[in-house]
Design a protein around this ligand. Structure first.
Ligand SMILES: NC(=O)c1ccc[n+]([C@@H]2O[C@H](COP(=O)([O-])OP(=O)(O)OC[C@H]3O[C@@H](n4cnc5c(N)ncnc54)[C@H](OP(=O)(O)O)[C@@H]3O)[C@@H](O)[C@H]2O)c1
Length: 171
């Protein structure tokens, strides 16, 4: 059976910042809705710090948390001790739940490792320049082809304008 595609999902400010002090730094309800629809019914791989910042397993999804700490075993999630193990668990669980992809939801450390393995990037380009200590890594744009953009203005729900942008890895 063909492997499920790996889909990396991230919201990135114009200056590359994705978070600060282990938390999100904007209120974008439309982006949260998109994150939910891209991840619902699928395995979601994330680092231990991002998991702690969310604080609980994501409902309707299978959360796979990466840590090197053998004692870290929170309830309701799968724990993996290497990216390889996390993605293999994601494939196994994803096939079992009839998912169309294995998703990767950060943070910076996990994105850096998962980027070379990702088949599709679902970016939210947030048009703001916040301060932050977590930055999205440099990525090889020539390895991907743009496949759709959708601009959204600032609104009562969304404190910054932003653009959804999809990139697919070149064949
Ligand atoms: N804007 C967005 O879309 C978005 C999305 C997600 C997160 N974020 C932000 O990103 C920031 C967190 O990112 P981060 O880079 O600090 O942390 P992170 O990637 O969430 O977690 C890093 C931790 O994951 C574990 N880990 C990573 N690679 C591993 C591997 N290969 N094998 C085993 N364990 C591994 C380690 O846990 P141990 O230390 O336990 O060993 C490591 O300390 C926060 O500010 C958060 O808000 C933003």
């Amino acid at each position: 059976m063909a492997a499920l595609p790996i889909v990396l999902i991230v919201a990135i400010a114009d200056n590359g910042v994705i978070g600060d002090d282990n938390r999100l730094i904007w209120r974008l309800k439309t982006d949260l809705r998109r994150f939910r629809s891209l991840t619902l019914g699928r395995p979601v791989v994330m680092g231990r710090k991002t998991f702690l910042s969310i604080g609980k397993p994501l409902p309707g999804r299978e959360t796979i948390v990466l840590t090197r700490d053998p004692g870290f075993r929170p309830e309701g999630v799968h724990v993996a001790h290497s990216l390889e193990e996390a993605l293999a668990t994601g494939q196994r669980i994803g096939v079992g739940m009839g998912a169309d992809s294995v998703t990767v939801a950060g943070g910076a450390d996990v994105y850096r490792q998962a980027l070379p393995l990702s088949d599709r990037l679902e970016l939210t380009l947030v048009h703001a320049t916040p301060d932050g200590d977590a930055v999205f890594p440099e990525w090889d744009r020539s390895a991907f082809v743009a496949d759709g953009r959708e601009s959204h203005p600032r609104s009562l729900d969304d404190e910054h304008p932003f653009t959804f942008a999809t990139f697919r890895r070149r064949a």
